[in-house]
Structures are given as C-alpha cells and as structure tokens.
Design a protein around this ligand. Structure first.
Ligand code: NAD
Ligand code: DAU
Length: 351
C-alpha cells in the first residue's frame, strides 16, 4: 500500500461518503476508519465497501487514549482526516460536556499521537481537521465568511469546534505539525441522521407528521450536497497548502421556510400527493436558543487554488436525497428506534 490514511468518524454522515470516495478512488491506499458508533454512527452506511481489501474498521472512542495508542502502535499513518465529532447544535444546548470531551479533548488526543508518531519526520504527513462555518458566528442580511473572518462561536457545538480548530492551529505553530483546516457550510444528502433539518422533514412528511420550523423560519443556511463536500476533502487532503484554512460552501442560501416549502413541493410530486398537501404539515415551534441567523460562505480560495466547485445543484441534490430516503426504509427504520423516539419527544414534545 502506498499510504495508510486514518479517517475518524467514518461511520457518520459525511465521514461515510469520504471513506467510500477514498476507498474507491485510491485502491493503493489503506483506509483505516475509526468510529465510536454513537447514535449517529452507523456501519450500514458502509455496507457496500466493508469487504474491500484496502479498508479496515475499528470501533474506537477518540476520547480513549488507551484504544488510540493501541491503534497507533499497529499502524504508521501518513495522514489523518479528522471528522469524528458530536455534530448537532440542539444536543449541544442540552448537554455541552460531551461536545467538549469529543470535539476538543478527542482532537487533542489525535494531535498528540500524530505529533508523537511523526516526530522523526513530518515530511509528506498531514493532519486534516474537518470543521464548520459555525465557528465564525452569525451574519445578518449582508456579508459572507472568508478564511480571514474571526472566530465568534455562539453555541456549545460551535464553541467546541472552534476550540478544536485553535488547538490544530496551535500544534502547527508550536510543533510544526503539518495541518490543514476546512470550514464547510450545511451539508445534506443520503445517510444524514434524521435529527438535522432536511432528513427530519423528509421523514415527517413521509409519515404525515408535523414538520417543525424553528421561530418564523427566517434563518438562512448555505446548503451543499455531501458528495461535493467529500470531493473537496479529497482535494484538500492531497493538495491543500500546509498551515492554511479553506472555506467550502454551496453558494446556495435558503431561508428555512422557503427550503421546507420547496422540499414539500418535491415530495408532493414523488408521493403522488395533491399540490400543497405536504406544506400543510409545516408547524412553527419554539425557536432554538441563541439561534444563529445566517451563514454564508465565500469559497473562492478553494475554487481558485484547486478548481473545486459544487457539481450538484440544489433541485438535483434534493431529488437524490429524497429518493434515497424513500428507497432505504430499512436504514430509516433502524435509526428511528427507541433512542431516537426519546430524543424526539424531549426536543419537540408530543408533536
Ligand atoms: P455525524 O454526527 O453524522 O457523524 C459523526 C461521527 O462521529 C459518527 O459516526 C459518530 O459515531 C462519530 N463519533 C462521535 N463521537 C465520537 C468519539 N468520541 N469517538 C469516535 N467517533 C465518534 O456528523 P457529520 O454531519 O457527518 O459531521 C462530520 C464532521 O463534519 C464533524 O466534525 C462536523 O463538525 C463537520 N461538519 C459537518 C457539517 C454538516 O452540515 N453536517 C458541516 C460542516 C462540518
Ligand atoms: O453550518 C454547518 C453546520 O450545519 C454543521 O457544522 C452542523 O454539524 C450541522 O448540524 C448544521 O448545523 P445547523 O444547526 O445549521 O443544522 P440543522 O439541520 O440542525 O438546522 C438547519 C436550520 O434549520 C437551522 O436554522 C435550525 C433550523 N431547524 C432545525 C431543525 C432540526 C428547524 O427549523 N427545525 C428543526 O427541527
């Protein structure tokens, strides 16, 4: 094998798309995927590649140094693509500590092991931190986040990701660890856990249940199809400049209410419902505490340096996503079992 690459959080939503892309497009790489398999991690996401010769999975918690040390004694990694995280803002409002443990302490554990393993030569090595646009805070109607925007995280989730990014930068500055960081906007697509807006809405529309919209649905997000993000990650892992940060986004801003109405019209067509039926399920609920108003990403740096651009437009991406959920009811049934029902009742009451 030419290289051994560690991917963390590869059983999650974005991680599984990254693992699949790298396993298939780099048959000469050994891809080692580690994941704790929290409620959000699901090996069914990778069923199609689990038997590939260049792929290995280990159930490992990145906050557990003993498990990590054992792994690092078995493999010499050429690169690390770090996605493992607690990723849902609403859960971070309810239970911040687990976000601090996994997102900050787990990241520092990996940084320490990379530093230790690469101490005899950092040439050709790379620690790639997958981060979020939420670290930049909230925009009003105008402006966009650039790589030079200062960090201003406003939720426990974004504060923990910002903390992790700061440690990654500090390890580059202090120990010359070869790092790259990217900050991406909202992803959507197959395999996303139905706690996030789009898969939750799809699931509820299919089941004729209320579709909860926080506040008045005026908040704005910039949506990117997950495979476009995975391709950007592949490019940055190989060709991003060491020590640099890159923004990734869809240049595709939608108010939540407009997005949900658009999704409802797509689903009316696919489910053979009368126009307007699904939109009748939209229900305004109590706003998220400290709800960031708007995110928007200027991704001109990665476009200019690496000729990356999103290839899947929003209508096409939503079609692919809805079709995936409609065709993968077993996957959905497995993830909306007991634990999900408890979470849902706590978050949304009995709606
Ligand atoms: P996800 O919640 O779907 O997946 C996270 C994965 O990490 C899961 O498989 C989970 O089991 C694993 N994990 C959690 N705690 C762990 C631990 N202690 N040890 C090992 N594994 C653990 O999240 P996602 O949406 O795929 O996000 C992946 C990464 O991308 C995160 O770092 C997130 O901050 C970042 N990101 C996400 C988005 C988005 O829109 N979803 C946008 C930008 C950046
Ligand atoms: O911007 C990147 C971030 O996008 C990632 O770092 C996070 O991991 C990811 O979860 C996502 O965060 P958001 O909070 O933007 O995503 P979420 O899908 O939870 O919410 C999208 C918008 O929809 C947000 O304005 C809140 C709103 N919303 C969400 C849910 C779950 C609702 O109106 N109703 C809901 O039920």
């Amino acid at each position: 094998m030419k290289k051994t690459i560690l991917i963390t959080g590869g059983a999650g939503f974005i991680g599984s798309h990254v693992v699949r892309l790298l396993v298939k497009s780099h048959p000469d790489y050994r891809i080692v995927n580690i994941d704790k398999l929290t409620y959000a991690g699901n090996l069914e996401n990778l069923a199609d590649i689990e038997n590939k010769d260049n792929y290995k999975f280990f159930r490992i918690d990145i906050t557990n140094m003993r498990q990590l040390r054992e792994l690092f004694s078995k493999y010499s990694f050429d690169g690390i693509i770090h996605l493992a995280a607690e990723s849902h803002v609403d859960r971070s409002i309810d239970s911040p500590l687990v976000f601090i443990r996994t997102n900050i302490m787990g990241t520092v554990n990996l940084l320490n092991l990379a530093k230790e393993q690469w101490k005899t030569g950092m040439n050709g090595k790379r620690f790639y931190q997958i981060s979020t646009d939420e670290v930049f805070g909230s925009l009003d109607e105008g402006g966009v986040f650039t790589e030079l925007s200062s960090y201003d995280p406003r939720s426990p989730y974004s504060a923990s990701k910002a903390g992790a990014d700061h440690f990654v930068k500090a390890y580059h500055n202090t120990y010359r660890l070869p790092v790259v960081i990217s900050n991406c906007s909202n992803n959507y697509g197959p395999n996303q856990f139905p706690e996030k807006l789009i898969p939750l809405a799809i699931h509820n529309i299919v089941n004729n249940r209320p579709v909860p919209v926080y506040g008045q649905g005026e908040n704005v997000r910039d949506w990117l199809y997950v495979e476009d993000h995975a391709k950007a990650i592949d490019l940055l892992f190989h060709r991003g400049r060491i020590g640099e940060k890159y923004n990734i986004g869809g240049t595709n801003e939608w108010k939540n209410l407009d997005l949900i109405r658009f999704l409802c019209s797509i689903m009316d067509d696919k489910l053979g419902r009368k126009k307007g039926t699904s939109a009748g399920l939209i229900t305004f609920v109590t706003d998220r505490a400290g709800h960031d108003f708007r995110y928007a990403i200027d991704s001109s740096k990665i476009r200019r340096e690496l000729s990356w651009e999103p290839l899947v437009d929003f209508k096409k991406g939503l079609d692919l996503t809805v079709d995936w959920y409609l065709n993968n009811t077993t996957w959905v049934q497995h993830v909306v079992s007991g634990q999900y029902k408890r979470y849902y009742r706590k978050q949304y009451g009995n709606r």
